[in-house]
Design a protein around this ligand. Structure first.
Ligand code: SF4
Length: 891
């Protein structure tokens, strides 16, 4: 039997330990019970990792243009182009744009190459989009970028304040940890601060639906309240901090009218302030809702100020806690992946740090000023100042704000090199050179999670085709540019120990990031490295669960800084043309632009379409209805999605997920709508606040198409697709002008043509109701369903879960055929409904039927009856919602 390989999940910043066991051509995945971050638990995304592997849709070979080339030719091409462009235009004319998906070793080599050898600081990372404000806030307050606490603090706290964090969906294993802690310790309270009523609110004793962008006012008000009510830890403040007087003055000035500024009920506000004031063990955990703002850094410091004032930091069960979005956003920070940082958490602006790093590397030069941060970097490409860019493991044409401008920038760029593990992304479509990268399970290295825990990602598969690790591709280009000595790495281990040694160089406890104790790891020790939290200053050191325990901060005087945070309105305000505020974020079962999670059929079943969530009253005013298509537009661009009036949104706000791209939808890149405003200090974009409007997307018909194979081109007004088990599912919307059929009769001919195009040589059955404009057709080959298409003038179409189940059948019987023509299952219990539990693929209808039949009243009883919610627990909020609401049959 193959022994399981211990590795780490490649998705969110929780950093869960995973056991991967290759067996019979598949990889079995389970949680690593020995990993302290998750104790064996995984969320739906982590549990489905085995379904995302394989060589299908992978980029297998290097290409220059459309021509497949040898690695040698591709690397020579990149190296000579970079050399020529630098000679002609200077080092700032080239850039790297990398990713929180890279391993620390990739990051370290990329940063060394750019800052130490090319001599520019034009390297930035997509982590800029999720946590740069936390970095800047930490540095301003503590003198170093560090998260003081650890996950164990969530077990010990008496109050957990979750700010701008839908942890139930975005960091599910932390959310479940909080839920379990509260079951054990009923005195624990949870407050959720979020403009949306998200699934995370299920756990909340108190939800404050603040207006987007008003958090600074909320926490300034709290600071003033704590001071007024005698909660200041006078000794701590006097001995360990500076700037309290001016910070309090600014807070007191801002504290008037907080409830009005935040748009919340003053009694609830008072309740929160009193709860915070009287609870010693309080954690304020924050995530993208805080960071992704034009005032993101001030938001972070307004939170930290409250913990400094009360001295609630560096002790068990308390402190500010940044929950990072990406698996290695922290590792990227450590290795200097940001355009304003050096390796090992040293500062680019600090001459002594530059000297330490350059001497250590023995590099010919060192960048002497900050490079372009993500949004500015693509603006510099657009302006022609950056002429060559190498993009690794990220898809900026989808993920950056003002994404149409990013696309235009890359279209006009002289050289676009993209390293990726998949064959097609919106960004790869614009690449001049495509380099195949090793994927999760094939590469080796380390990642650091939100609690500073360094864990190994280990390879357990051979990379397919000619895919290679990113660090290898960088070293090969560097050598071809003449930098042989600095890049003679043969393994991830050699890179890691160099990074560890640099962190220790001339440190003497002056810099927070010190993993010098890992600098002498042998290859075997590195391979066996157990998860460990930095700092690790000596080899005998077991790692550091909590920092700042001695209240000594990393400014030279050892004191923390209070930072005055005057509230400021978001840069762009709503007006009569754009009266709504667009907010964006993640959904439960998808990751970023779906290049990996999109491969797992069970993850696609939960929310298979891009949606636009809005208040029912706003929908009414905009002339759109639940289930219909709508277009959301801003001054920067537009996207289309299906309207949902789920009850999560406050008046005046809309929400759209970030995951859809041109690869899986005709028009649902929400990045194109998002304004490119950034925080002036951190450079993090304002993804949570774009003035927007919503209008109906008029279509004359709606459709759903299932095929066995993807369709190369669909010329309908609107489409989106997901992969299922043995099929691809398309949702369609059409207008006469674009799809040609002018009448129901034409539409029927068009539908037949489309079906013939996707599955020729099949038996077909179809049903036409010319009067109502309904068409249902199916193609059958060897008695198995090959394709089916249903069209109607309204979005009410047959159940997708039922149609999907027909594709899994080895043969169709007469009742199935009649059901297809009728557009509904004629067999009892044939429709499980849309998926609620991805782990066990349990549908809503199944759960509702069990609730009704057995009179179930708790999620635990549902779990016993139908298994739903008994693995990762990500679906428990939805199961509880089903228990609380009457049955609604829906597809
Ligand atoms: S919470 Fe889920 S996505 Fe995040 S690391 Fe754990 S298993 Fe992966």
């Amino acid at each position: 039997m193959t022994a399981p390989i211990r590795t780490t999940c490649p998705y969110c910043g929780v950093g869960c330990g995973v056991l991967a066991t290759p067996r019979n051509g598949h990889v079995e995945i389970s949680g690593d019970a020995e990993h302290p971050a998750n104790g064996g638990r995984l969320c739906s995304k982590g549990s489905a990792l085995g379904d995302t592997l394989g060589a299908d849709d992978r980029l297998l070979h290097p290409h220059i243009g459309d021509r497949r080339v040898e690695w040698d030719e591709a690397l020579n091409h990149v190296a000579s182009a970079f050399t020529r462009i630098i000679a002609e235009h200077g080092a700032d004319a080239v850039a790297l744009y990398v990713s929180g998906q890279l391993l620390t070793e990739d990051y370290y080599v990329a940063n060394k190459f750019v800052k130490g050898y090319l001599g520019t600081a034009n390297i930035d990372t997509n982590s800029r989009l999720c946590m740069a404000s936390a970095v800047a806030g930490h540095k301003r307050a503590f003198g170093a970028d560090l998260v003081p606490g650890c996950y164990e603090d969530f077990d010990l706290a008496d109050l957990i304040v979750l700010v701008g964090s839908n942890a139930a969906w975005c960091h599910p294993v932390i959310y479940q940890r909080i839920a379990r802690a509260r079951e054990r310790r009923p005195q624990m309270k949870v407050v959720v601060i979020d403009p949306r009523h998200t699934p995370t609110c299920e756990l909340a004793d108190l939800h404050l639906p603040v207006k987007a962008g008003s958090d600074v006012a909320l926490f300034a008000g709290l600071l003033a309240f704590l001071h007024r009510n005698g909660c200041m830890d006078t000794r701590f403040v006097a001995e360990h901090t500076l700037n309290v007087t001016e910070t309090l003055a600014a807070a007191i000035q801002a504290a008037d009218h907080v409830a009005k500024t935040c748009g919340i009920d003053s009694a609830r506000l008072q309740q929160f302030y009193e709860l915070f004031a009287r609870t010693e063990r309080v954690i304020t955990a924050f995530s993208m809702g805080v960071n992704q703002s034009s005032a993101g850094t001030d938001k972070v410091n307004s939170i930290i100020n409250c913990h400094l004032l009360t001295g609630r930091i560096g002790r068990p069960g308390m402190g500010p806690f940044s929950i990072t979005g990406q698996p290695n956003a922290m590792g990227g920070r450590e290795a200097g992946g940001l355009a304003n940082a050096l390796a090992a958490h040293m500062e680019l602006e600090n001459a002594q740090h530059r000297d330490i790093v350059q001497r250590f590397w023995g590099s010919p030069r060192i960048a002497s000023r900050g490079g372009s941060k993500a949004v500015d970097l693509f603006e510099a490409i657009h302006a022609g100042r950056i002429k060559a860019v190498w993009i690794m493991a990220t898809n900026p044409v989808v993920s950056l704000p003002d994404a149409d401008r990013v696309r235009a920038a890359l279209r006009g760029c002289e050289l676009v090199v993209v390293s990726d593990c998949v064959a097609r992304t919106d960004t790869l479509d614009l690449a001049h050179v495509r380099l195949p990268a090793a994927a999760w399970g094939e590469k080796d290295g380390t990642v650091t999670n939100s609690e500073r825990r360094i864990s190994r990602q280990r390879a357990f598969l051979f990379p397919p085709g000619e895919a290679r690790p990113d660090w290898w591709a960088i070293t090969e280009v560097a050598k071809r540019m003449g930098f042989v000595d600095g890049f003679a790495f043969e393994s991830a281990h050699e890179i890691f120990v160099e990074h560890a040694a640099l962190s220790d160089t001339q440190n003497e406890g002056t810099r927070a990031f010190d993993i010098g104790g890992l600098a002498t790891l042998t290859r075997e020790e590195y391979d066996a490295l157990a998860p460990i939290q930095w700092p690790v200053p000596t080899k005998a050191h077991a790692g550091t669960a909590r920092m700042l325990t001695n209240a000594r901060f990393f400014y030279s005087d050892g004191k923390a800084r209070f930072i005055p945070t005057p509230p400021a309105a978001p840069r762009h305000a709503t007006d009569e043309n754009f009266p709504l505020v667009l907010n964006t974020g993640r959904i439960r079962d998808q990751w970023h632009t779906m290049t990996r999670t999109g491969r797992a059929a069970r993850l696609a079943e939960h929310l298979p379409e891009p949606y636009l969530d809005m208040h029912a009253q706003d929908a009414l005013l905009a002339g759109v209805r639940d289930g219909e298509l709508a277009r959301v537009s801003s001054r920067w661009g537009s996207a289309a999605a299906r309207v949902r009036t789920s009850g999560e949104m406050a008046r005046g706000a809309v929400f759209m997920p970030i995951h859809w791209s041109a690869a899986n939808a005709s028009d649902a890149r929400v990045g194109a709508v998002v304004n490119p405003v950034v925080d002036a200090i951190s450079g993090e974009p304002e993804f949570k606040h774009t003035p927007a409007r919503v209008e109906p997307l008029r279509v004359d018909w709606h459709g759903v198409l299932f095929t066995r194979e993807p369709i190369a081109r669909l010329d309908t007004t609107w489409w989106t697709c997901v992969s299922g088990d043995g099929f691809v599912r398309y949702e369609l919307g059409g207008r006469h002008a674009r799809t040609r059929p002018e009448t129901a009769c034409d539409r029927q001919s068009w539908a037949r043509e489309l079906l013939r195009a996707v599955s020729a040589d099949a038996d077909y059955l179809d049903y036409v109701d010319s009067g109502s404009g309904v068409y249902r057709g199916a193609h059958v080959i060897d008695n198995r369903l090959a394709a089916c298409l249903c069209i109607a003038p309204t979005p009410q179409l047959p159940s997708r879960s039922w149609l999907a189940s027909l594709f899994a059948q080895s043969m169709l019987d007469d009742t199935d055929r009649r059901s297809l023509l009728a557009g509904r299952p004629l067999k009892a219990a044939a429709d499980a409904g849309p998926t609620v539990c991805s782990c066990f693929r349990v549908g809503r209808n199944t759960i509702q039927a069990a609730i009704e039949r057995h009179g179930l009243t708790t999620a635990a009883q549902v779990g016993e009856e139908v298994k739903a919610g008994t693995n990762c627990g990500s679906c428990l909020p939805e199961i509880r919602q089903l228990l609380a609401t009457p049955a609604i049959k829906n597809s």
